[in-house]
Design a protein around this ligand. Structure first.
Ligand SMILES: Nc1nc2c(ncn2[C@@H]2O[C@H](COP(=O)(O)OP(=O)(O)OP(=O)(O)O)[C@@H](O)[C@H]2O)c(=O)[nH]1
Ligand SMILES: [Mg+2]
Length: 360
């Protein structure tokens, strides 16, 4: 059995070789996506040993990259002493199988990496159960082996499970484990609904947005609280609610929740759907956008798409461009606001916008 240290200090010793196919789609420049993948890898404790980007009109149906390139990847990985290969593009089970035949290393895709960061950051029981469920479902539908090879890495990416059990479960028992997790989740959720029953009638505003946009920082600024903030994706997994005083006996509950990301894995979204359903109850959404990230338009679109998937697109929404202290030119969209959780700029305007939205 692989050694299991506490999630916080389990770090990957070996480096990761990043592999991507760039199809040259002008709507999806590769650079921001690579940067994001590497930030996810860092949040998972991996070092980036190198990058191989192959330009081709479309991905290879059998091996994603050309088969010659796959050999080159195997050689480069050996030269760099990389312990795993991190693939940016979506990998079909067949492509994974074929690549595994050429590259003798664990092949980790973006979804596995995101799931891994979630596993690392889950704190509540519900959060942990949800992540483990998403991981098992993903393994099941992508025919990812039970990980005898992976576990040799000793708690590397793709092998980390948040719960009491290891992910290196025999494939046949995955289905059984999924049933157990579903039952446990049902129980946790029933308790949560009962607890919520005495919440009172104060209006609810929900902070939503791309991961790392500064949602928790804004909540802290609004509520003068100290919830965990970090310059890494998915620092927050469990929804945090704070009562914020809006003057003269008026309070608004503000909830901060898990951040979104481009192509948020379907299994993860499904697993977190119950948590995200709390957003249904919100009187207003505050869409927090990181104005300091040049990639903000793509991030904003990704958030809007996810809100659509959650059937929240018609909910009243205030757009707040955050980190305005860090930009020269403040972007805007419709009646958007400019704020800074860091300096407090624009916070009273944001409160006024929230208040007028919940009053409607
Ligand atoms: N310059 C600047 N940095 C900010 C501001 N607000 C947040 N940050 C930084 O942005 C990073 C992410 O902040 P968080 O509040 O953790 O972001 P989040 O949206 O809650 O992120 P996740 O929970 O990981 O999805 C941290 O390093 C913050 O210090 C701001 O107004 N200005
Ligand atoms: Mg957060």
């Amino acid at each position: 059995m692989a050694h299991r240290a506490p999630a916080t200090n389990r770090a990957l010793k070996t480096g990761a070789l990043v592999v991507a196919v760039d199809t040259g789609d002008p709507a999806r420049p590769i650079e921001p996506e690579l940067a994001e993948l590497e930030a996810l890898a860092a949040a998972s404790g991996a070092n980036i040993a190198g990058r191989i980007v192959q330009k081709r009109a479309k991905v290879d149906a059998a091996t994603l990259v050309g088969s010659g390139k796959a050999l080159e990847i195997a050689q480069e990985a050996e030269k760099l002493r990389a312990g795993l290969v991190l693939v940016l593009n979506e990998l079909r089970p067949r492509q994974r199988k074929n690549l595994e035949k050429i590259i003798p290393l664990p092949i980790v895709d973006r979804t596995m990496l995101i799931l891994d960061v979630f596993a690392r950051h889950a704190r509540s029981r519900e959060g942990k159960l949800q992540v483990e469920l998403a991981q098992l479902r993903y393994r099941q539908s992508n025919l990812i082996g039970a990980g005898a090879d992976l576990s040799r890495l000793g708690g590397g990416i793709g092998t980390r499970g948040p719960g009491e059990t290891k992910l290196e479960v025999d494939r046949r028992s995955i289905q059984a484990r999924i049933s157990v997790l579903n039952k446990q989740l049902e129980e946790v959720r029933r308790q949560r609904t009962t607890r919520r029953g005495n919440d009172g009638r104060e209006p609810l505003a929900a902070l939503v947005g791309y991961t790392n946009a500064g949602k928790t920082s804004l909540l802290n600024r609004l509520a003068r609280s100290k919830a965990f903030v970090a310059d890494q994706p998915f620092a927050t997994l469990d929804p945090t609610v704070r009562r914020v005083w809006f003057g003269e006996g008026r309070y608004v509950r503000i909830v901060d929740t898990v951040g979104f990301i481009t192509d948020l894995p379907k299994d993860l979204l499904n697993a977190f759907r119950a948590t995200l359903e709390e957003l249904d109850e919100a009187n207003v959404l505050v869409h927090v956008v990181d104005a300091s990230n040049p990639d903000w338009p793509r991030q904003m679109t990704a958030v809007e798409e996810t809100l659509g998937t959650l059937h929240l697109e018609s909910k009243r929404c205030v757009v707040a461009f955050n980190k305005c202290d860090a930009v020269e030119e403040i972007p805007h969209r419709g009646e958007s606001l400019a704020v800074s959780a860091r300096t407090g700029a624009g916070i009273s305007e944001l409160k006024a916008a929230i208040e007028s939205a919940v009053a409607q």
